[in-house]
Write a protein that binds this ligand. Structure first.
Ligand SMILES: Nc1ncnc2c1ncn2[C@@H]1O[C@H](COP(=O)(O)OP(=O)(O)OP(=O)(O)O)[C@@H](O)[C@H]1O
Ligand SMILES: [Mg+2]
Length: 532
């Protein structure tokens, strides 16, 4: 390795000579300067038998992370870390006890491939212009990012480019597929006030099996997702970006967020939960989108509320109602596009990623917008073809209830099912409310069981205690009591929906009173006369 370093050092020295020479004073003859500065690289390559490839952490334009850097990092950590004496350990996955070990900065490792030796080194971040003050928009642009340097003999150049590096990428894909931890990303304003992604491990508990909704609809969504996942060739054949857009709409508590978790589990994708309120402008939004990885779900929850906020900002807080509002929103979007592009996130900026020019950057992405009020959305968002699928999440009916009963109580039939089915048809109850009724019961049982078990399980290992505890809780669940409680809740809500709320009663009483008074005033003269 010493000899490699010598040669690489020699190359740098020669480059320095070249640089010095190019800065020679003017009086040195122009022609001599030209000849010598062209000779230096030639001499350098003649004497130096080694070549070098740099794999920087960020792409040339600093806009997005260089995936090759991640590939090399994982590959070296798993394949070559044995030969390194300086490593870093990080606990990345909450569910596993194995720390992730990576190379430390300035650590070198040697790899061999087809009889050729490869020397790798992780070079730390370096200041580009020491002493100079740089103002930059993108994070870390004033610094040279971290990079891996690969040094190899020049006779292996073809081998490195056409076989070794592709094999590193292949190995990286295998390793990440095996040990993948799904992550949930969200964006927040960083120190420099720029929005950046941060992530946590993500293991959503929901699956499609547990999702309470119309069975045909559920199967249709699952088939749609499967077709999308297998649709690489189809998308390239028809010249379409490999992405899919879903708009989930329905009242609160009908399972829109639960559905996102179920989709992430089904597809095994990461989730990016985009908070538009902490994004300053379209340019920042573009950077965030470009920083997302393939095989991911990009979520914007409550798009109607966000849209309102964006519009309010543009309106200067002017309040407009009804049809005017929709017209105004569109005008304001256009206005913002023309005049305010640099300082705002605009609807068209957002849509350019969903199905505009930028949607072709990246592949295998699912966009999910959720809303409680589809009627309030800008027509631009819901026009045919904008989102591939509109999914309505609706109130809990009997079929959906049976899914919840199976998940929460582990029952598929009961004497109260018929009554519950009828009541669910007559009321608008959300799956969240039904689930809550089933949960309350389980909690109560859990508490009783805990009291019973506390004495019995003294001294047992905690895992055994927990397992036994769960089993006993399950056994003790009293489905009769639980479903009877649900029937009561449903009856109550049926009565409440049949009786108009107090404010409506008061309003009606007030109107009747006004009407009587008006009649009295109009007919007053007559009455008076009549009385007279
Ligand atoms: N369709 C459903 N299937 C199974 N569980 C559900 C369903 N809908 C709601 N739940 C239960 O209710 C809870 C709340 O549901 P969720 O957060 O998914 O509703 P939401 O539609 O996203 O509501 P919001 O509009 O307020 O965000 C979930 O944690 C889940 O336990
Ligand atoms: Mg939600």
């Amino acid at each position: 390795m010493a000899s490699v370093e010598t040669w690489v050092g020699f190359g740098s020295a020669m480059a320095g000579v070249g640089l010095l020479w190019s800065r020679m004073p003017e009086h040195v003859h122009e022609e001599a300067r030209y000849i010598i500065s062209s000779l230096v690289p030639m001499a350098m390559s003649y004497f130096n038998p080694y070549e070098q490839i740099t794999v920087s952490e960020y792409g040339e334009e600093r806009f997005r992370r260089n995936k090759m850097f991640d590939a090399v990092s994982t590959y070296l950590s798993r394949v070559c870390a044995g030969g390194a004496c300086k490593l870093k350990a990080e606990l990345c996955n909450n569910t596993k006890d194995d720390p992730v070990v990576t190379l430390d900065e300035n650590q070198e490792v040697v790899d061999s491939f087809d009889g050729a030796r490869m020397w790798w080194r992780l070079c730390p971040k370096a200041s580009k212009n020491k002493g100079a003050i740089n103002v930059s928009y993108y994070p870390g642009e004033t610094d040279e990012p971290r990079c891996f340097r690969l040094v190899f003999h020049k006779r292996h150049r073809q081998l490195v480019l056409s076989s070794y590096l592709p094999s590193v990428v292949r190995r990286w894909r295998e390793l990440t597929a095996k040990n993948r931890q799904r992550r949930l990303f969200t964006n927040h304003a960083s120190e420099g006030n720029k929005s950046v992604w941060t992530s946590v491990p993500y293991n959503p508990p929901a699956t499609f099996d547990m999702l309470a909704m119309d069975h045909t609809k559920k199967v249709d969504i699952m088939e749609d997702l499967t077709a999308f996942q297998k649709g690489k060739e189809y998308h390239s054949k028809v010249g379409k970006a490999w992405k899919r857009g879903y708009l989930l709409h329905g009242p609160p508590g009908t399972g829109k967020s639960t559905m996102i978790g179920a989709m992430a589990n089904f597809l095994d994708y990461d989730v990016y939960d985009l908070d538009l309120t902490s994004v300053k402008n379209n340019s920042e939004l573009r950077k965030l989108f470009l920083d997302t990885t393939d095989k991911s779900i990009i979520v914007i929850e409550d798009i109607d509320a966000i849209e309102d906020e964006l519009t309010t900002k543009r309106k200067g807080n002017k309040v407009v109602n009804g049809d005017d509002e929709i017209r105004d929103k569109r005008m304001l979007v256009e206005f913002a596009d023309k005049n305010d592009e640099k300082s705002r996130v605009t609807l068209s900026g957002l849509l350019s990623f969903v199905d505009g020019l930028w949607s072709a950057c990246g592949s295998e992405r699912v966009f999910m917008f959720t809303t409680n009020h589809i009627d309030r959305l800008d027509p631009a968002l819901i026009r045919p073809g904008r989102m591939d699928k509109h999914i309505e999440m609706s109130y809990c009916r009997f079929e959906a209830f049976k899914v919840l009963a199976k998940s929460y109580l582990d029952i598929t039939d009961h004497s109260l099912f018929a009554e519950i089915g009828r009541l669910l048809n007559e009321t608008d109850t959300t799956p969240a409310d039904v689930a809550d009724n089933l949960m309350v019961r389980s909690k109560r049982n859990g508490e009783i069981s805990r009291l019973l078990l506390d004495d019995e399980m003294d001294g047992s290992p905690p895992a055994d205690v927990a397992n036994n505890f769960m089993l006993r809780c399950k056994r003790k669940r009293d489905a009769d009591e639980c479903l009877a409680g649900l029937v009561q809740t449903l009856k109550k809500s049926k009565m409440e929906s049949a009786t108009p709320p107090m404010d409506i009663i008061e309003e009606e009483a007030k109107e009747e009173h006004n009407l009587t008074q008006k009649k009295a005033t109009e007919g007053g003269g007559y009455m008076m006369n009549a009385r007279c």
